[in-house]
Each structure stands twice: as structure tokens, then as C-alpha cells.
Design a protein around this ligand. Sequence first.
Ligand SMILES: Nc1nc2c(ncn2[C@@H]2O[C@H](COP(=O)(O)OP(=O)(O)OP(=O)(O)O)[C@@H](O)[C@H]2O)c(=O)[nH]1
Ligand SMILES: [Mg+2]
Length: 457
Amino acid sequence: MSAQGKSIWPWLRSSNSQNSLQQAAEAEARQRSDMIDMELAAERARLQQESKTKILLLGPSEAGKTTVVKNFQLAFTPKSFLAQAAAWLPVIQLNLVHSVNTILDALDLVRSDSAEPEDSEYQSSHTIPEDLRQLGGRIAEKLAELESELSGELYSSAPPPSSRPPSRSDHERPRLQHRLSMVSVRGVTLRHKPTEFQSAFPSWKIVVDRARAILAECAPDIASLWAHPWVRSGLKAQGIHPEHQPGYFLPDAARIASPHYLPTPEDILRARLTTASAEEHSLMLDVGMARKEWLLCDVGGSRSQRGAWAQYFDDAKLVIFVASLTAFDETLAEDSAVNRLTDTLLLWRNICANKLLASVELVLFLNKLDILKAKLENAGVAFVHHVNSFKSRPNDVPTVSKYIKEMFLAQYRQYSSSERKVFAHITCAVDPTAMYPVMGAVRDVILHSYMSQSTPV
Ligand SMILES: Nc1nc2c(ncn2[C@@H]2O[C@H](COP(=O)(O)OP(=O)(O)OP(=O)(O)O)[C@@H](O)[C@H]2O)c(=O)[nH]1
Ligand SMILES: [Mg+2]
């Protein structure tokens, strides 16, 4: 409407009425113009959102979803990925300290003489070599404090109590109770994302430097501890394999403690940080002449978090389901009665059958190939002991991985809510060289689905 148009305030009759009318009309025009600007901005935001390709990473906890996101960043935006390297340092320090404390705790190396159990059978089977007892005495206190300090800085609550049944002497050292038999940190909320640590966490440098100094003092003892045959056999007897667990940095103590240490891409891929709530990561990619934005939506995979996944299904173009090839002889951290492979297959079946995802392409990553190899070839684990239907097939990596892949594809064929392709890859997400071509193949699937969706029908 023009400013000179019909009066909207006919009751104004004073000699100034002409001026007032003009001002009111101008204000109205401004208001309308602002409204139009706001509508245009909202429309632009909507179109921008629609032009983003949303990729959902689903799968159980510890399967490697976040590690796959890191691989996307390393493959397609390496500069910004590497710029975040320093932010991963406290996470890596915490992973290392947590592994050492878990070993000290599991093998009772911090047991004081006065706390010796009375049970003579227990005592004789747990006689600690003197060198290890002294080693424990030198590092246990320092590393217990360091773990509390680092987890206090990184997480908004201390890690939860162990899921392991209490050992005989747990009641004697409540300060150490939070150590897990699993060498991972879970069930706690991050204070800040790693990329925000440096700005949001003012004492960052002080804490990291202090941790570095303590680790430098303890590094020779950590190396001796991990190399000690009594330690290796004691852990094996308890079924604890730190080398198969997330956040495994035990052989790297001296390197991590060195004054100029900066995490390498491989270290960042190995660092373990539980995803506490869904996170979106934006990646800008060149598609022909255009720049295209991908949104990688990374969710937490523990059972308590899965109920929240559906809210991200809406505009997803692709689901990358990450499963671990090594879940067959493991149980859930949330429920030790549930086999991880059984849980993962059921989860995959539900994703395949989900009607909200019927038009979404599926990519399946069967991950942790290196650990599968270590289990079958070094630790002598027999796959058939955990999956009877495997029968007398050869217990080697190609046969077992192919068999697991077939188990997943059979679920897909039987339960998929629509006719669509599934692209399966056997992966080792901590090996960036091996992952690079896989990332390229996934990019092609995304581009193909983007092209076909943007072609008018
Ligand atoms: N050795 C080995 N470790 C892997 C592999 N893939 C991932 N990891 C490690 O496994 C741990 C867990 O990986 P994440 O990516 O954090 O697992 P996630 O699926 O995001 O787990 P949540 O966030 O709890 O849902 C990390 O320490 C990774 O470095 C792999 O192929 N081999
Ligand atoms: Mg994660």
C-alpha cells in the first residue's frame, strides 16, 4: 500500500493529521518490508537446508561411527581436520592414562601389603612380582589423580562406576572404583567438543602440560608394565585385551609424553570419545562446478540413545550403518547378558525395515578388520565357538568377514522396507590409507543419489 493511500486512522482530525498519517503509513510500509525480508530469509534458509545432503551414521556404540566421520573430514577437508590436532591431545592423554589405571586395577598392582586378601588360594595365584609391586607403587597414585583431573576437565561428571563385578579389594580403594575393565570412557557428558576445548576450557594448556610432565615421568614404567610377561598373562587370564579396546595407546607413552608431541591423523582416528548426543558435521564439497554441503549426522549408539534417532530420519539421503566385525565374542557394555553381534544384527534389521527410511540408500561398514585379524590369528579365537552356524569353515579373516557380511545382507534381503541397493564395505577405520578409496566410493553413492533426486521426473 502507498504511503498516500486511504487513511487507516480516520479518527485523526487535527491540523497535524496529514503529517501523522504520513508517518504512520511509512511505519506500516517499513513493517511490511521487514516482514517480506524475514520471509525471504526464511525461504533462503529452507532452500539452503534442502540443498544440503544429510547423511546419517547409525550403529551400536564403539562400532566406529565417529571414526568414520573423522575419515570423511580427513579425506575431503584435510586442512581443517589437521588444524584440530592439538584439541585431541587431552583425549589421547586420558585414553592412555585410563588404560594404564585399568591394568593396575585389574591386576591388583596397587594393593598395599596390609590389604592382602586372607584367602591363601587367591593370594598364591595373585603373587605379584616385586618389580611390578614397586612399579605400581611409583605410578599408581600419580596416574589416578591425573585421570580424575583429565576426566574432570573433559567431562561434566566423573566416569561412572565399573560395569565389572567388584574385585575383592575394591572396597579398600574407593577412589579407584570408577576404573572400567573396558578401556573406554562412556556414559558421561562432554563439557566441550574437542574443537572447542582450546577456547572454552581456559585451563587447557596448564592441564595438558601437567599431564605431559606426569606422563614423561611415568613413561618408562608404563613401557615396562605393558611389556611385562606377568602382566600380559594376567590380563589374558581375565579376558582383558587392551590392544583390542578403544583408545589403545599403551605402546605410545614416551611419544605422547614428548614435549613437541602433536597427535597424528592416525592418533586422532584412534582416540576414543563417546558421542554423548547427536552431532552434525558440515563438509563442503565440489560437485562439478558447484559447492555442495554435506551434513554428517553422528549419533550415540548406546541402547539408551537409540530412542532419539528417529528425529533425524526425516530428510536423510543416506544411512551409513557401522557395525564391528569383532562383536561376535563381546557383550554390550549396557547389558553383559547381550551378545554384541546379536544386538547389532537386530539393530540393522530394524533400520532396514524402518518405513521412514524406505527411500534412503544404505551403506554398510563392517569395521575393525584389524582387530578381527588379531583375534583370529594372534589370540586364537575360534569364530565357530560364538556362531555355531559357521560350522567347519576355515577360521580365517576372508572366510569369517565374508560370513559376517552375509549375515547382515540376509537380514537386509528379508526385512528391507523397500527395493534399494545396499553398498557393503569391509573396513579398518583407523587406517586412513585403506579408508581413502572407501570414502571415494561412498562419495560416489551420495553424488549418484543427489543427481537422481535432483533430476525432474
Ligand atoms: N583398531 C581399530 N579401532 C577402531 C576401528 N574403528 C574404530 N576404532 C576405534 O574404536 C573406538 C570407538 O570408535 P568410535 O568411532 O568412537 O565409536 P562410535 O560408534 O562413534 O561409538 P559411540 O559414540 O559410543 O556411539 C575408537 O577408539 C576408535 O579409534 C578399527 O577399524 N580398528
Ligand atoms: Mg561416536
